[in-house]
Design a protein around this ligand. Structure first.
Ligand code: FPP
Length: 247
């Protein structure tokens, strides 16, 4: 693989892994075969991020809306998650990867919740890569749970309403304390955020590719990282104020 480093490396990549179903259909396979292939692509992408030295990766594995898919598909996804928790976590831990789950975890079966809790506990001291897996996650859910948390803080007298600022709000969101994503990638051809990290993507560079998630490979991640290195991020200021690209 090409290890030449781009000038600027994203410090946090967030990915919507879309296209598993279509990948399976094109092969006349059931949808769960697409999700299984998607898990392999996720594994390869985690390894690529480690090789590149990207410190934070967030994967959208299951949205709050995905609960409405046919029961058989939800069931096969849950089985895949449970299997992955049993088989992948030791390997991730051995590679010094910290795992965090973000989302409404209380909607999951007790065995899955327990597996997620154990994976987080086991890997919490790891520092090579922080892997956030969004499950039962929705950007609107996240903002609402942050508002509820801040309202409880106000009611308890821990903070006063006028003191609530962007930092407080960010810190109440599920991703905290990791920084917002620099690079967002969506595979599968749609150009939408689909209720992913609505607050956190405010200044993120958005990269879309038609490649279906199971086909997303090393070279594609390299291409996205190179594309990112060429972007000029201004955060609402003029180019002169920002002093060129990526400051
Ligand atoms: C979207 O494709 C994908 C999902 C809803 C599930 C994603 C799950 C994985 C990639 C496997 C698990 C990964 C981890 C990290 C535990 P789709 O079904 O919407 O595809 P389609 O748009 O072609 O129908």
């Amino acid at each position: 693989m090409n290890m030449s480093k781009p000038a600027v490396l994203p410090q946090h990549i967030a990915i919507i892994m879309d296209g598993n179903g279509r990948w399976a259909r094109r092969r006349l396979l059931p949808r769960y075969a697409g999700h299984r292939a998607g898990l392999s692509a996720a594994r390869a992408t985690i390894e690529s991020c480690v090789r590149h030295g990207v410190p934070v990766l967030t994967l959208f594995a299951f949205s709050s809306e995905n609960w409405q898919r046919p029961q058989t598909e939800v069931g096969s996804l849950m089985e895949l998650f449970l299997g992955a928790l049993e088989t992948e976590v030791q390997n991730l831990n051995a590679n010094h990867i910290r795992i965090r789950f973000i989302g409404a975890l209380d909607g999951f079966a007790a065995a899955l919740q327990e597996g997620m809790r154990r994976a987080q506990q086991l890997t919490r001291e790891n520092t090579r890569l922080t892997l956030n897996i969004a499950v039962g996650y929705g950007g609107r859910w996240d903002m609402l749970q942050a508002v509820r948390r801040l309202a409880a803080d106000v009611a308890a007298g821990r903070i006063s309403t006028p003191d609530i600022d962007e930092v407080h709000f960010s810190n109440a969101l599920a991703l905290a304390p990791v920084p917002d994503p620099d690079l967002f990638i969506r595979t599968g051809g749609e150009r939408r955020i689909s209720n992913f990290l609505l607050w956190n993507l405010a200044y993120t560079e958005l990269y879309f590719t038609d490649t279906l998630w199971p086909d997303f490979a090393d070279q594609e991640l390299d291409a996205a990282i190179r594309w990112f290195a060429g972007r000029q991020r201004r955060f609402g200021l003029t180019p002169e104020q920002r002093g060129g690209t990526h400051v």
